[in-house]
Design a protein around this ligand. Structure first.
Ligand SMILES: Nc1ncnc2c1ncn2[C@@H]1O[C@H](COP(=O)(O)OP(=O)(O)OP(=O)(O)O)[C@@H](O)[C@H]1O
Ligand SMILES: [Mg+2]
Length: 258
């Protein structure tokens, strides 16, 4: 029966190690991401957080280990060794550390492009949108609070709004997993808080993997936290468990994590 295939975990990260010219950026990292959780990876600079996301989306090949994706009502799929675009098609979206919206296009045009990824830009924008697509885009922009700015040039948006647009561009593709690398970087407290509210809303429809340094943000929304340090898992658990751990306090929180 189909329900038997619905694993509690959407991603399984199995014994991942990666070696760059003799330097181990990750060593034997094993963890699981629960379906519809907001799962944080935190840790000092250079801990290997971005590298781990690179490995999940197959931008980087691990030296050892593999990543297994358990899609909804389908058989498990080993992502390791697959092409990056196929992983996107399977339903794993990724927002990179550097923003990547088209600043000269409107908010809506950016959304159309994302929805119709892989087609030629000009054709894509000129083609009349089908009702279903219009509705999907409107609903998604509503979730990130950008409905009123649909016709704005993306370049005219505030920094936080650009980040929310990028999240919307991921979400409109209806992924099962969204991975966000420092979505609150460069944001003030109110914008960071709003990002948290947006992610809590999105959590209802997909699983979220987030890297972030802002501890208030982590406390606001995390279901589970994995602390990486020098490429290894230092501690994993609930926010309270992780933050009260003396080693975590020593290696991370004590030197600028807060
Ligand atoms: N392609 C690469 N070749 C060589 N070394 C790399 C490569 N990618 C990452 N590294 C190294 O691996 C380590 C982990 O880097 P990574 O970017 O994953 O850290 P991070 O936890 O995301 O840090 P930050 O919080 O600064 O973003 C760093 O020492 C980095 O220099
Ligand atoms: Mg990083």
């Amino acid at each position: 029966m189909a329900t038997e295939l619905l694993s509690e975990y959407v991603l399984e990260i199995n014994h991942i190690s990666v070696c760059f010219d003799g330097f181990y950026a990750l060593t034997d990292v094993t963890t699981k991401v629960k379906r519809n959780d907001i799962h944080f990876f935190i840790g000092p600079n250079g801990a290997g957080k971005t590298t781990l996301l690179d490995i999940i989306c197959a931008k980087t090949k691990p030296t050892q280990g593999n990543i297994v994706f358990n899609p909804m009502y389908k058989k498990p799929i080993t992502l390791t060794g697959m092409k990056e675009y196929k992983i996107v098609w399977l339903g794993i979206g990724r927002k990179f550390q550097v923003p990547s919206v088209f600043v000269n296009l409107t908010v809506e045009e950016n959304m159309i492009l994302s929805l119709r990824k892989g087609k030629r830009i000009v054709d894509t924008i000129l083609r009349k949108m089908r009702d279903k697509e219009v509705k999907k885009i409107a609903e998604t922009l509503e979730k990130v609070g950008l409905s009123d700015k649909r016709q704005w040039r993306a370049g005219a948006l505030a920094h936080g709004e650009k980040q929310w647009l990028e999240i919307a561009m991921q979400l409109v593709q209806e992924p099962e997993v969204i991975m966000l690398d420092e979505p609150a970087a460069g944001m003030g407290k109110p914008e960071t808080f709003k990002t948290g509210v947006i992610l809590k809303e999105i959590q209802k429809e997909c699983s979220i993997v987030v890297i972030e340094h802002d501890m208030d943000f982590v406390k606001q929304i995390a279901n589970r936290v994995t602390v990486l340090h020098e490429g290894k898992i230092l501690k994993e658990g609930s926010v309270a468990e992780v933050l009260s751990d003396s080693t975590v306090q020593k290696v991370y929180l004590g030197r600028g994590g807060e």
